[in-house]
Design a protein around this ligand. Sequence first.
Ligand code: SIN
Length: 314
Amino acid sequence: MSEQKIVVLGTGGTIAGKATNALDHTGYSAAQIGVHELLASLPGWHDGTSAERYVVEQVAQLDSKDMGFDVWAKLALRVSHFLAQEDVQGIVITHGTDTLEETAYFLQALLAPTKPVVLTCAMRPATAVAPDGPQNLLDAVAVASSSGASGVTVVCAGTIYGAEDVQKIHPYRLNAFSAGDAGPIGFVEEGRLRLLRNWPRGQALTLVAGLADAAWPRVEIVMSYAGADGTVVRALLKAGVQGLVVAATGNGTVHQDLEAALLLAQQQGVKVLRATRCAEGRLLPGANDALPVALGLSPVKARIKLMLALMQDR
Ligand code: SIN
């Protein structure tokens, strides 16, 4: 068998960011440096074997706050294409931190890969005096190259997180992610993996082939808070919303005025899902719940689950 390859797909983010001052960690432009250049700066890249070992492709170049369905569709198609190649061992995706958890969950829910798909990122631009991107990239390659690794994971600051659990929890520090009380999958130490729990598993959907031309359903997130009411839900119904996720308080409770509007929306055929506003834990469903719950998914991930379910049901 030919040598197993690692595919590296670039999408932008701070890992590819540039600042005019090496001490500036916030006033930079994300998505400026191509993924080929990022890899070329890694130690060992020019040892003569990289060309056979790596397949490198720039899928997009954006600040991940601007992530959209067109890039998701393109990325999912490329990931799916490479996963199907017998000589591909794993895939690394460079991505901005801001919507990293959404892209990771989207790919896991859609593809449930049995090979490793590892998203990585940086909190400091590539031009920083001590950038974190190169080490994160090396760690991600270590995970993608590890026999037995599978599913969509996120690697940041030496920690491996599962796509379903990972969440950005800090706007500045280098270890900006957490898996809440689920905990990380493991750690990357000197290029070696120390595992604490199983790799993500799941059932792939049959959507990927039609994704490029698919009309994405409109699913929006509303939040329950003190003084919340049904105004936003009614406006969204008028705008033709097909699904609603409510970021509910505690164990899925919703302000009575907002809940009344959501129940009405559900009666009118809009799919409604409750997720919790809490950063940790998972919702415990009740026997008589009128609105279904998203269990451990955060509101942004519950939205993706609902969009995919609506697309799958067409
Ligand atoms: C982005 O999400 O693209 C910018 C912020 C970051 O990567 O940390």
